[in-house]
Design a protein around this ligand. Structure first.
Ligand code: GLC
Length: 800
C-alpha cells in the first residue's frame, strides 16, 4: 500500500510553464510545456472545477457523486492575461493562475481577500505498480484557518492539525480517533477571516487529507490514483458552501415519508414473530410513540437475502399487515453478500447472468459474511442495479415491507486482514471498467442506490425509505444513514453528537446513531441521555447487538421509561418543525443540523465548540455527556434565547451553566421563533391533526419562521399540493404582530392554530385579528391562556 506524505517529495513531478490557453464556452484549458493540462470550468460564479491531466488528455468524465440536477450558470466571466498570470473573474471570485508553474490563487471578488492559495499546487508521483499517478494538491494555510466536514470522522469538529483517510471501512466498536470508518466524503470547508470556502475532491480512490498536520502551514490532499479533480466552492457563509456542495452532489430526491422521522426500534434480532409482536405491543401498552420495527438478519433463511425463515416467520405478509394495523412500519435488512448455494434462486440468477464481481484473473470474488462464503453483485453495473431493484418486488409489493436497511456494504468481508475485497477485483463502474481501488468507496453507495430504485418502484406511490452504512459523496440523494457499530459508553455519546453534526455539514443530514450503543449495554442513565440527544437527530433509532441484554425503553427501570417517553413525545410534537426543516433540505440543501460555527461563523468562540448545535434553524441543543450530571456549562451563541423548560430569556455570546437533571436537558429556543407542534401521537397519522400549536417566542424586532405540511407521504407535494406557511413576527414594546403568508395547494387537515405566547413583556389588552378588533375576553382560549385562531389568518396584533 502506498501511503504518501507530503514530505516524501523525491518522486514528485510538477507542471512546467504554461504555453497557451484555450476557452470553450465556460471551460478554460491551460497547457504546460510538459503536457500537463488544467481544465478549469466555471459552473457558477462561486463554484469552479479544477481538473488536471499529466498526459495531455483527460479520462472519460464520469462521476457518481455529481448529480445531473446540479445548477450551472454565472453572471459574469472574464479572462485577462499579463506576463505572469491569467486572471479569471466571476461576480464572486477572482482566480489567478501563474504562468510559470500553474499555481492557483483565489480571491473574493468583492474585497480582494485571498481565500485560498496553492502551496506546491498540483503535483504527482508516477505509480509503477498500478499505472497512472498518485495525484496531490497542497494549499497554504491561512492565518487562523479552521477546517470542518469530511463525513463521519469520529473526531473533534474542527479538523485542524489532523490527518484523515477516506476508505470506506467496516469498523465494529470504533473509537474516538479511529480512521477511516464507514464513509468516504472527501469534502471539507475552510474558514478564515470570517469567510468560508469548500473543497470537494471528487476522486473515489483511497484519499488522504492533511490539515496542517505534517507541516503547520500546509493543508494537502491526495489520492492513490485517478485524477486531481476538485471543486472549489465559495461561500463566504459556511451554510452557503454546504448548500452549494449539496447542489452539486444532490439533495435527497424526495421528502422522507413522515413516519420515517418518528421513533424506530431495532435490535439484532427480534425473532420469532411472537417476539416482534411482544415488543410492538409493549410500545402501545406503555404509550411510548414508535413508528418502525426492524428485522435484522435472523428473519432470513440462513442469511440468504430476499428469503424468510419460515419457522420464525410463517406468514410475513400477515405479520406485516397486523403490525401495520397497529401503526408499525416494518424495515428489513438486506446485505450485499449472496450465499453460494446452487439451490438459491438469487444466487443462481446472478451467476447465470454474470452479475457477480470477479478477480483480475477471472475467478469470482469469494468472501465470508453472515451466510458463510458469498459472491457479491457488482452494483457499479447499471444492469446489475436494475436486477437488484427488481428483487424487491416480493418484499415490498407483496409482503408490504416499508423500508430497507443496507448493511455490510463497504463491502465488509470477514476474517481477512483488510476487511474488504482485494484491490484487484474488477468492476464495471458504469462502463468505465476498473479495479476495486477505484470502485471500493462507491460500492455501498451503488448498492443503496439500487435498493432505493427497488423501493421507489414497488412502494409507489409511497416514498422510499432506505438506510445505508457505507456512503460516498452523493449518497444522500437516495438514502438515510447511521453511524455504524458504536459502543454503549459516554464517549460514544460524544462521538454520536459530533458525527451527526459533521455529516450534516458534509451534505448528508439524514443521519442518526445506534441510540444507547450497539456493542455492550448502557446503564439506564446513559440510555436516557442518549435518547435525549437522539430525538434531535434526523434519523432516530435505538439499535443494539442484543448480546448484552435488552435495550427497549422499558429495559431499565420505570424512571428511565418515563423520561424516555417524555422525550420521544417531544420528538413527535416537533415533527412539523423537523418536517419543515426537511423541506428546506430537499428544496435548497439546507442542513438539518447546524454546528455553532455554521450558525454564527463571525463569532470566533464557535470555531472550537463541538457539543452544542442548532436543530433546524431555531432550537439550540446541548446533550449531557457525563454521568451524574445535574446540568452543564455550555456556550449560548449570540442573540437571545429562551430556556425551553422555564422560558427564562438568556443573552448569548457567552458560556453559561444550565440545569439539567436526568429528566431534562439543555434546550433553548431562539427569540422571535414560531415553533409548530403536533399533538402527541403513538405513531405518525394515528390521528387526524385538527390543530397545530404555535409556540411563539416574543422578540423585540423581527424574525421569520416556516411551517410545511402535506399528505406526509406520496409525491403530490411535487405537484404543488403542499402547504407552506411563512410567519413574520414583529415585536415592539407594547405590541406583537404575527403575519402569515401562505403558499401551495394542499388543504391541511388542521383548521386552527393554538397560539402559545412566551415571554410577552406586557399585559394583553386587545387583539386585532385580520383588522378586526376582538376584545381579549372574546378570544377563544384554553386554561393556559393559549388562544385559538383560524389557520388562515393573515395578521394578528397582540396589543398591550
Ligand atoms: C452489522 C451492523 C449492525 C447489525 C449487524 C447484524 O454489525 O452494523 O447494525 O445489527 O451487522 O446484521
Amino acid at each position: 500500500m502506498i501511503v504518501n506524505t507530503e514530505l516524501e517529495q523525491k518522486g514528485n513531478l510538477f507542471p512546467t510553464k504554461i504555453l497557451h490557453f484555450k476557452k470553450d464556452v465556460d471551460t478554460f484549458y491551460f497547457t504546460a510545456e510538459n503536457d500537463v493540462v488544467l481544465q478549469l470550468r466555471i459552473l457558477r460564479d462561486s463554484v469552479l472545477r479544477f481538473r488536471y491531466t499529466t498526459t495531455g488528455t483527460f479520462e472519460n468524465d464520469f462521476s457518481y457523486a455529481i448529480t445531473k440536477y446540479a445548477s450551472t450558470g454565472y453572471n459574469h466571466l472574464e479572462i485577462e492575461e499579463d506576463e505572469e498570470k491569467y486572471t479569471i473573474t466571476t461576480s464572486k471570485l477572482i482566480c489567478h493562475i501563474a504562468k510559470v508553474n500553474m499555481r492557483v490563487k483565489l480571491y473574493d471578488a468583492k474585497d480582494n481577500t485571498l481565500i485560498n492559495e496553492d502551496e506546491l499546487g498540483f503535483h504527482w508521483e508516477e505509480s509503477y505498480e498500478f499505472g497512472g499517478n498518485v495525484v496531490k494538491m497542497s494549499k497554504t494555510v491561512n492565518e487562523r484557518e479552521s477546517y470542518f466536514g469530511l463525513g463521519d470522522k469520529p473526531d473533534h469538529l474542527n479538523l485542524k492539525g489532523k490527518r484523515f483517510q477516506n476508505w470506506v471501512t467496516d469498523s465494529y466498536a470504533y473509537g474516538k480517533s479511529t480512521d477511516p470508518i464507514y464513509k468516504a466524503i472527501p469534502f471539507y470547508t475552510g474558514l478564515h477571516h470570517n469567510k468560508a470556502y469548500g473543497i470537494f475532491f471528487d476522486n473515489t480512490f483511497r484519499s488522504y487529507f492533511d490539515f496542517a498536520h505534517e507541516r503547520r502551514n500546509v493543508t494537502s490532499f491526495w489520492a492513490q490514483g485517478g485524477e486531481m479533480n476538485y471543486y472549489f466552492i465559495y461561500g463566504p457563509q459556511m451554510q452557503d458552501v454546504v448548500e452549494n456542495y449539496t447542489d452539486l452532489t444532490g439533495k435527497p430526491h424526495q421528502l422522507p415519508p413522515l413516519w420515517a422521522l418518528g421513533f424506530h426500534q431495532c435490535k439484532w434480532s427480534y425473532y420469532p414473530e411472537s417476539d416482534v409482536k411482544e415488543i410492538t405491543s409493549k410500545f402501545r401498552e406503555l404509550k411510548i410513540p414508535c413508528d418502525a420495527i426492524y428485522l435484522d438478519i435472523d428473519y432470513m433463511d440462513g442469511f440468504r437475502c430476499f428469503t424468510w425463515n419460515k419457522e420464525h416467520f410463517p406468514d410475513p405478509k400477515r405479520m406485516v399487515k397486523e403490525l401495520g394495523d397497529d401503526g408499525f412500519k416494518v424495515v428489513a435488512i438486506i446485505d450485499p453478500g449472496i450465499k453460494i448455494d446452487k439451490e438459491y434462486s438469487v444466487f443462481k440468477e446472478a451467476l447465470d447472468k454474470d452479475y457477480f464481481c470477479k478477480r483480475a484473473d477471472g475467478p469470482y470474488m469469494k468472501g465470508k459474511v453472515w451466510p458463510g462464503e458469498c459472491y457479491f453483485p457488482d452494483f457499479t453495473k447499471p444492469e446489475v442495479r436494475d436486477w437488484w431493484s427488481g428483487l424487491f418486488k416480493e418484499l415490498i409489493e407483496d409482503v408490504g415491507i416499508q423500508g430497507v436497511w443496507n448493511d455490510m456494504n463497504e463491502p465488509a468481508v470477514m476474517e481477512v486482514p483488510n476487511k474488504t475485497f482485494p484491490d484487484d477485483v474488477r468492476h464495471d463502474y458504469d462502463g468505465n471498467p476498473c479495479s476495486h481501488r477505484k470502485a471500493h468507496n462507491v460500492y455501498g453507495m451503488q448498492m443503496a442506490r439500487a435498493t432505493y430504485q427497488g423501493l421507489k418502484k414497488f412502494n409507489y406511490p409511497k416514498r422510499p425509505f432506505v438506510i445505508t452504512r457505507a456512503a460516498y459523496s452523493g449518497t444522500q440523494r437516495y438514502t438515510s444513514t447511521w453511524t455504524g457499530d458504536n459502543v454503549a459508553t459516554w464517549e460514544h455519546l460524544w462521538i454520536a453528537n459530533v458525527q451527526a453534526q459533521r455529516m450534516a455539514m458534509s451534505g448528508f443530514s439524514f443521519v442518526g446513531s445506534d441510540i444507547g450503543g450497539f456493542a455492550e449495554q448502557p446503564q439506564g442513565e446513559l440510555f436516557t441521555r442518549w435518547v435525549q440527544l437522539g430525538i434531535f437527530h434526523p434519523f432516530c433509532r435505538v439499535h443494539s447487538s442484543g448480546d448484552h441484554g435488552d435495550q427497549e425503553p422499558w429495559a431499565f427501570d420505570e424512571d428511565v421509561t418515563d423520561v424516555v417517553r417524555k422525550f420521544i413525545e417531544l420528538r413527535y410534537q416537533l415533527l412539523p418543525y423537523l418536517y419543515t426543516a426537511f423541506w428546506n433540505l430537499v428544496d435548497h440543501g439546507t442542513p438539518l443540523l447546524k454546528s455553532l460555527v455554521m450558525f454564527d461563523q463571525e463569532d470566533h468562540q464557535t470555531h472550537y465548540r463541538t457539543d452544542e448545535f442548532i436543530f433546524g434553524d431555531k432550537i439550540l441543543v446541548c446533550p449531557i455527556q457525563e454521568p451524574n450530571a445535574k446540568g452543564r456549562r455550555m456556550y449560548i451563541p449570540r442573540g437571545k434565547w429562551y430556556n425551553f423548560w422555564t422560558d427564562e430569556l438568556v443573552e448569548g455570546g457567552k458560556e453559561k451553566w444550565v440545569d439539567a437533571e436526568i429528566d431534562s436537558m439543555p434546550i433553548f429556543v431562539k427569540e422571535g421563533a414560531v415553533i409548530p407542534k403536533f399533538p402527541v401521537q403513538q405513531y405518525v397519522d394515528e390521528k387526524q391533526i385538527d390543530e397545530v400549536t404555535l409556540d411563539i417566542y416574543y422578540k423585540e424586532g423581527k424574525e421569520r419562521s416556516q411551517l410545511f405540511d402535506d399528505a406526509h407521504d406520496g409525491y403530490d407535494y411535487t405537484k404543488g399540493r403542499y402547504s407552506l406557511r411563512t410567519f413574520k413576527l414583529t415585536g415592539k414594546s407594547n405590541e406583537l404582530i404575527l403575519q402569515q403568508h401562505k403558499e401551495g395547494k394542499y388543504i391541511t387537515t388542521y383548521e386552527s392554530f393554538k397560539l402559545k405566547i412566551h415571554g410577552l413583556p406586557f399585559e394583553v389588552k386587545e387583539i386585532q385579528l385580520d383588522n378586526v378588533i376582538v376584545p381579549f375576553s372574546d378570544m377563544k382560549m384554553d386554561e393556559t391562556g393559549a388562544m385559538f385562531v383560524d389557520k388562515n389568518f393573515s395578521e394578528i396584533h397582540i396589543i398591550g
